[in-house]
Design a protein around this ligand. Structure first.
Ligand code: FE2
Length: 425
């Protein structure tokens, strides 16, 4: 007997299938499966997709908005200054409680894999220790990957190399960086080289906050591509943010994108955060600041989109709904063609899974039974409606449920059920 059978599931490609689950894995995906099951879900032709993946998040600062005060200028630099004010008063208990609550939000939204940067500037490594605990406690339900992030600079902040090495020794998964925040451009390049060499030495992946700036001369991604190539790290290195690319000279970008492609860099854009943080020093027109998602995708580079922040010194909104992220990215990046909208959906699912190097991702026979049933017909409708995640399934078990949303409109004696779907004339 099967443990779970999901019938009438609409997959990403539009096909209608049944999904059989035995134990924690998918045992069959076929047009029709006749078998008894301990539990059945009739998806009724609605979209069933692999879990949402957030490839860029900050779990150590999440849910702290307003502590000790709000970011009034809305800039990245005030956010960093505010975080520095808050850091000394952080307690392990509070960081952990907020991180666990955030994980529950993620699960409710069907986001079952998260790559979180964790600040290693604090010599106590308090957040590192807490998030390592959270990673282990949440492992049955959510894949949490941690990046050792020298928020105050790798060369600029005293003790940063030692703190970062200690974080890796404790079990942090990925090496981070912030070259545009170093004291000078050469120091930024030097930090990229040193951190990539450390990754080569330790056999780890790299994911840097890179060129999160409106300055078109912030070109550390060029060094990141070069060092990736030189050290044989292709496919293991991610450039996050890359907002300066928005402002760069078009001719230079044609050379740069080719170098990034050659180095097999992954790119993570964070549209919710960068549409609010960037362009703050502009009068009019105000730059959008998101990296060149459309051109990078067209060049064959793996581009994902991340949430980055939820209710923290940099951003006061968010609920860890990756459809919000893709929805914003689609608008900011002019990804309005149907194929482009599908690519925006992929940016928060399979492309993000590729950034995190999740080898068992996807709805296929033999893979872990991880998927989400949504109250919508297809990925484009998912982006349009950001609908209820009816069921979130992890390793064959339902770990979150949301009741279908139905609006009833009462117009005089007539009542209409509204589902925000088109009608046949
Ligand atoms: Fe970030």
């Amino acid at each position: 007997m099967l443990d779970l059978l999901v019938s009438n599931a609409r997959l990403h490609d539009g096909s209608l299938v049944d999904i059989a689950v035995a134990g924690s894995r998918i045992s069959e995906v076929a047009p029709r499966i006749e078998a008894a099951a301990g539990k059945t879900i009739d998806a009724a032709g609605q979209l069933v997709c692999a879990p949402f993946v957030d490839p860029h998040f900050h779990m150590d600062s999440t849910l702290t908005a307003g502590l000790p005060r709000y970011n009034t200028s809305g800039t990245l630099l005030e956010g960093i200054a505010l975080w520095d004010e808050l850091k000394p008063s952080l307690t392990a208990e509070a960081v952990k409680a907020r991180a666990l609550e955030l994980c529950r939000w993620s699960i409710a939204r069907g986001t079952l894999a998260v790559r979180s940067h964790v600040d290693v500037s604090d010599p106590r490594l308090l957040a590192v220790e807490v998030l390592l605990e959270v990673r282990e406690e949440m492992r049955p339900w959510l894949d949490l990957q941690l990046v050792a992030f020298p928020q105050n600079g790798y060369l600029r902040h005293p003790g940063a190399p030692q703190n970062l090495a200690r974080a890796l020794d404790l079990g942090v998964d990925v090496i981070g960086g912030i070259p545009h925040f170093e004291r000078s451009e050469p120091q930024g390049r030097e930090s990229v080289r040193l951190l990539c060499e450390l990754a080569a030495e330790r056999g780890l992946a790299v994911d840097m906050h890179c060129d999160e700036s409106d300055d078109p001369w912030s070109r550390h991604v060029e060094e990141l591509a070069l060092q990736t190539q030189r050290l044989g790290l292709q496919g293991r290195v991610t450039g996050s943010h890359l907002t300066s690319m928005h402002s760069m000279d078009n001719y230079y970008v044609t050379k740069l994108i080719a170098l990034m492609h050659e180095a097999q860099l992954h790119v993570v854009a964070n549209p919710l955060i960068n549409i609010t943080l960037q362009g703050r020093h502009d009068t009019y027109p105000k730059r959008r600041g998101m990296t060149r998602v459309k051109e990078l995708m067209a060049a064959g580079i793996n581009v994902a989109m991340g949430q980055d922040c939820i209710m923290d010194p940099w951003y006061s909104l968010g609920s860890h709904d990756m459809l919000d992220v893709a929805h914003m990215g689609l608008h900011v990046g002019h990804l309005t063609g149907r194929d482009e909208m599908l690519a925006a959906f992929d940016a928060v699912t399979k492309n993000a899974a590729a950034v995190m190097q999740l080898s068992e991702y996807g709805i296929e026979t033999g893979k872990p039974a991880d998927f989400v049933v949504l109250q919508c017909a297809d990925p484009i409708e998912a982006l349009r409606l950001r609908p209820a995640r009816l069921y979130v399934v992890r390793r064959g078990r339902i770990i979150a449920e949301t009741a279908p949303v139905l609006s009833r409109v009462i117009l005089g004696s007539a009542q209409h059920e509204v589902t925000f779907k088109s009608v046949e004339p």
